[in-house]
Design a protein around this ligand. Structure first.
Ligand code: SF4
Ligand code: SF4
Length: 433
């Protein structure tokens, strides 16, 4: 694609980056058919190519961000399906990231939209605040139908039961249950540890049983993805820096073979810390070291080798839902399925497996109608498989698909590590009992 930036514009690092990305696009349109928003809405402006043109025109003209650009960029899920399809390796992810940051810095949103985004940024990344907000939501749930659609969709996503904090989610070192082969740091996340603490518990059992010493680093917190996807660059960088410092301390005091992440959305972000700080001389190298150490839990388990103990899992029919951040963001397609098969499960994949379920961080809160359409499409594809359980490696997808299964009828949805933990000697997932 030809671009027409002036030399003065190209002196701005973001424009220089955008220019490099835009020039790679050959406007072939292959990405359009695999974009969930285009497939749902049928509007070229809600396709990757359409958004690329909108962003190009906005940046070249130097005009303020328009309502039209915001509307179509807000509708993008950042699912990155377009990047998997693109034959020219266009880096859409970083193009839309820098556009979101520009929108956040310069565009005046409606006050209600601004308040919701502010509340999400202040609450979701902090487990104590989020727990308190969920208690308030629990009392407000009966009034959901009287509230605006964004607020009622937030309330619908609030769980029926709020779990107590898990003993796993505090700074500590958990010894390997057999001779140690690796020392790893586990990202315990933010919203996940509140909404489904079982995931971290199953992850720790699985890893320690397979010879990993697990460190829960002091000072670690949210990976920054939630605010990053809302374009809040300063906040996401602050959260990333906290984690870099926390994991550097672990590395200096006993070594570190890997940083393990059990939420693929967070994994995609931490693996991108190196890029995030590429222009910051104080942080670039440190961030790159952390990104290079980062692995999804299924990546590390695949490397170590899975030991199956429990035979009860045999022949259970499992539908594997590959989160967009897993298949498109991290390009991890074989490991999770191979591990489930090694664990003795019969694994199936749904039609349209490349399409997003509509969860996408805070997307199901900020774009509830589109998110629900995508969710229902995903659930009906999964239900055609006639399986006993759905497994996925991202808690956002787990919640989103579970809510669809609850409304449309269907099977339980668990995290992949819950099944791997069970098959290697851990407890059966509660939803399968
Ligand atoms: S597939 Fe790639 S090169 Fe083709 S239009 Fe989409 S982004 Fe551009
Ligand atoms: S990230 Fe997903 S929703 Fe956004 S343009 Fe690409 S395929 Fe479409």
């Amino acid at each position: 694609m030809q671009t027409n930036f002036t030399l003065a514009q190209l002196a701005e690092p973001d424009i220089e980056t955008a220019n490099e990305i835009l020039r790679k696009c050959v406007h072939c349109g292959f990405c359009i058919a695999t974009c969930p928003t285009y497939v749902t809405l049928g509007d070229e402006l809600d396709s990757p190519r359409g958004r690329i043109y909108l962003i190009k025109d906005m940046l070249e003209s130097g005009a303020p961000v328009s309502d039209k650009v915001v509307k179509h960029v807000d509708r993008c899920l950042s699912c990155l399906s377009c990047m998997t399809t693109c034959p020219a390796s266009v880096d859409y992810m970083h193009l839309v990231d820098l556009t979101r940051a520009r929108i956040a810095k310069t565009y005046k949103r409606a006050i209600s939209d601004k308040l919701i985004r502010k509340a999400l940024a202040l609450v979701l990344p902090y487990p104590n605040s989020f727990r308190t907000a969920l208690l308030v939501a629990w009392f407000a749930k009966p009034f959901a139908k009287f509230l605006p659609s964004i607020l009622s969709s937030m309330l619908k996503l609030a769980p029926k039961k709020i779990s107590n904090p898990s003993s796993i989610d505090r700074p500590q070192t958990i010894q390997a249950k057999k001779p140690k082969i690796k020392r790893i740091a586990l990202l315990t996340g933010c919203a996940q540890q509140v909404l489904n603490p079982v995931i971290n518990e199953a992850t720790v059992r699985l890893l320690t049983r397979h010879g990993c010493e697990v460190v829960i680093a002091d000072g670690m917190g949210c990976c920054g993805a939630l605010v990053h996807h809302m374009g809040l660059e300063d906040e996401s960088h602050e959260q990333a820096k906290n984690n870099i410092i926390a994991w550097e301390k672990v590395r200096k005091t006993g070594g570190l073979d890997a940083i393990v992440i059990n939420a693929s959305g967070c994994g995609t972000t931490v693996k991108d810390y190196g890029y995030m700080f590429r222009n910051d001389p104080d942080w670039a190298e440190r961030a790159a070291v952390i990104s290079n150490l980062t692995k999804d839990v299924t990546e590390i388990m695949y490397d170590i080798g899975f030991t199956r103990i429990h035979k009860e899992a045999s022949n259970l029919r499992v539908a594997y839902h590959s989160a967009c951040s897993m298949q498109h963001g991290q390009k991890l397609k074989t490991q999770p399925k191979a591990l489930l098969q090694l664990a003795g499960f019969d694994v199936y994949e749904p039609n349209e497996g490349h399409l997003c379920c509509g969860s996408a961080g805070t997307y199901n809160i900020l774009q509830p109608e589109l998110a629900t359409k995508l969710r229902d499409r995903k659930v009906s594809n999964l239900n055609k498989l006639d399986v006993d359980v759905v497994a996925t490696g991202n808690m956002g997808c787990q919640l989103q698909i579970s809510s669809g299964m609850a409304e449309m009828g269907g099977v339980p949805v668990v995290h992949t590590v819950e099944l791997l933990d069970w098959a290697s000697g851990g407890p059966k997932p509660a939803s399968l009992c």
